[in-house]
Design a protein around this ligand. Structure first.
Ligand code: NAD
Length: 253
């Protein structure tokens, strides 16, 4: 079945990548809107677009989330949210909206990162807190949020693994590591690099006494995120109200 989507944040890097990949994925882009109005198609705003498509795909900004949730809920149109940098209040709003409409929210739509999550969880479960975990990520110079949503997802996977092995896992957050810092056992620490055109590199380092394990993923282009987002949108079409993850869409859950 061919599905139709509306792209929110359509003028952006991800919006454009999704529009460029849609045909190959068998998805019809009926329209795309951004802050300035229609980018592709003839719909002036997200509300008029929502009423005409099977799924809305949102890669815009956390500031736009409330409006996009309202539009999806009003039109009862499933919404895939790829925007990162979401806080607790955003997640609470997504939970509320998901009582009325199907929502898939994920900080990373790529198959590779979702496979990596499972590997990180497995390693953390076996290694416990004797092995320190450091997560290093690098993205292009325009990325606003740090650490990346994907780095936080990988940290969450590590914590899930550790918690399965011990009740004492902590999630310590240390973005800067400036000056004197004692590393706390059980902490997951993050380092963010920004520059150039890097689509997204993530490395999870498990550092033990005398040895290290490094698990990583490198996105060579945004096309992998676009492909995953389209796969997620196809899966989400027609789903009942509820909050879903990329693992659900990929059949990992
Ligand atoms: P970008 O800045 O190139 O594009 C964002 C677009 O959203 C811009 O065109 C901007 O004008 C638009 N926008 C902002 N506020 C808006 C509003 N209120 N209404 C409509 N449009 C609005 O950024 P990008 O690189 O395309 O990334 C977009 C988001 O997707 C970021 O949060 C990024 O971290 C995230 N991202 C997620 C994944 C994933 O796999 N989930 C992958 C890559 C990027």
């Amino acid at each position: 079945m061919t599905i139709s989507i509306g792209v929110l944040g359509a003028a952006g890097r991800m919006g454009q990548a999704i529009i460029a990949s849609a045909d190959a994925a068998g998805v019809t882009v009926k329209g795309g809107v951004d802050r300035v109005g229609a980018i592709t198609g003839s719909f002036a705003d997200a509300a008029s677009l929502a009423a005409q498509v099977d799924v809305l795909v949102d890669f815009s900004s956390p500031a736009a989330l409330a409006a996009h949730l309202a539009v999806a809920t009003d039109a009862e149109t499933p919404l895939l949210i790829g925007t990162t940098g979401l806080g607790d209040a955003h997640h609470a709003a997504i939970d509320q909206a998901a009582a009325h409409v199907a929502i898939l929210q994920t900080a990373n739509t790529s198959l590779g990162v979702n496979v990596l999550r499972g590997l990180v969880e497995q390693a953390a479960r076996v290694l416990g807190t004797d092995w320190d975990i450091e997560i290093v990520e690098m993205h292009h110079r325009h990325k606003l949020d740090s650490p990346s949503g994907t780095a936080l997802l990988l940290g969450e996977s590590a914590n899930i693994g550790r918690e399965a092995a011990s009740a004492t896992a902590l999630n310590r957050f240390d973005r800067m590591r400036e000056g004197a810092h004692e590393r706390e056992e059980g902490g997951v620490y993050y380092a963010s690099l920004r520059g150039g055109s890097v689509a997204g590199d993530h490395q999870v380092i498990f550092a033990g006494e005398g040895e290290r394990i490094e698990l990583g993923h490198r996105a060579e282009s945004r096309a992998i995120f676009a492909k995953g987002a389209l796969r997620g949108a196809i899966w989400l079409a027609g789903k009942p109200a509820g909050r879903y993850t990329m693992a659900d869409a990929l059949g990992f859950a």
